[in-house]
Design a protein around this ligand. Structure first.
Ligand SMILES: Nc1ncnc2c1ncn2[C@@H]1O[C@H](COP(=O)(O)OP(=O)(O)OP(=O)(O)O)[C@@H](O)[C@H]1O
Length: 285
């Protein structure tokens, strides 16, 4: 992350109601330039609706937000050239090739067509560039969607479940790409169901539950706050014990073993974002 003082996204008491459903119910946060910010939560928590508002796809019921310094409602048209998005419901034209797809979008954004080749290279589609999209695998299509979203060199890139349905190696490639984009200064707002992915990629994450933010911090802070800190201790008689570091009785046990010189190894078990999620939402994803 290449942080700068000016936030790229600011959200204040943003809400979206559908009848009696409070899809997003007064959330506030900001995202710094170059930050990777994750929105996490159960199905229906309000993640997609939040991104849909920030990208001008749906109007908020209440609250304010800015993206790249512009108001998402009043200055929506100014935001469009500065952002891009990868959404699950986006389609590719199956009858075009990868290269033709990017040429088409380069024209649309008045970007030079030469950028298409660079992007195909970036997402590893150079060899398949002239094949029709309908022959692409799910992973290749997803990478093409990402390339397409980069055609206008967006300052803020919104990714809704970017690795959903990808095999592990395609997912890894995509995560690496996100990290590189962030390192080059692109601000990224993403949603994901994969806690390990959020942990690896995101500088900060917000947990949404029923349209509200229930926790917002760096993965490390959240893990320390909500995850269970424990250690696995191997003793001289080769017995293994798990001790909870925040349990005074366990701490005493550990201290006694240490004092008696019985401890061979200690491995600390850091909490995971999955633990955080369960602690906050009461049930696993
Ligand atoms: N166009 C709509 N009309 C009515 N209700 C909607 C609409 N869009 C979303 N909702 C409702 O708003 C709530 C939040 O939905 P949203 O899609 O934002 O959740 P999400 O966190 O993105 O979930 P998922 O992980 O399934 O994508 C849900 O209860 C959903 O049914």
């Amino acid at each position: 992350m290449t942080a700068s003082a000016t936030p790229m996204v600011t959200v204040e008491q943003l809400a979206k109601h559908y009848g009696s459903v409070r899809a997003v119910d007064g959330i506030s946060f900001s995202v710094a330039a170059g930050e990777v910010f994750g929105l996490l939560g159960h199905n229906g928590a309000g993640k997609t609706t939040t991104i849909r508002m920030l990208t001008g796809r749906t109007r908020p019921t209440a609250g304010q937000a800015t993206v790249a310094g512009y108001d998402i409602v009043a200055e929506r048209d100014k935001i469009k050239p500065l952002i891009n998005l990868v959404f699950e419901d986006q389609n590719l034209y199956e009858r075009l090739s990868g290269r033709e797809t990017l040429h088409f979008f380069a024209d649309l954004y008045q970007a030079p067509r030469s950028r298409a080749d660079d992007l195909l290279e970036l997402v590893g589609l150079t060899e398949a560039a002239d094949r029709k999209v309908k022959t692409y695998s799910t992973g290749m299509k997803q990478r093409l969607l990402v390339a397409r979203a980069l055609i206008n060199e967006p300052r803020v890139l919104f990714l809704d479940e970017p690795t959903r349905g990808l095999d592990p190696s395609s997912a890894r490639d995509l995560r690496d790409l996100v990290k590189n984009l962030s390192a080059q200064g692109t601000t990224i707002v993403l949603t994901t169901h994969y806690m390990e992915e959020a942990d690896e990629l995101c500088d900060r994450v917000a947990f949404l539950s029923q349209g509200k933010i229930v926790a917002l911090d760096t993965p490390r802070e959240l893990k320390l706050r909500y995850g269970q800190r424990s250690a696995t201790v191997l003793l001289d008689d080769r017995s293994e014990h798990t001790v909870r570091l925040d349990d005074p009785a366990d701490a005493d046990r550990l201290a006694a073993w240490m004092r008696d010189g019985r401890v061979l190894t200690i491995h600390s078990n850091e909490g995971t974002l999955e633990d955080v999620f369960i602690a906050l939402a009461g049930r696993p994803l």
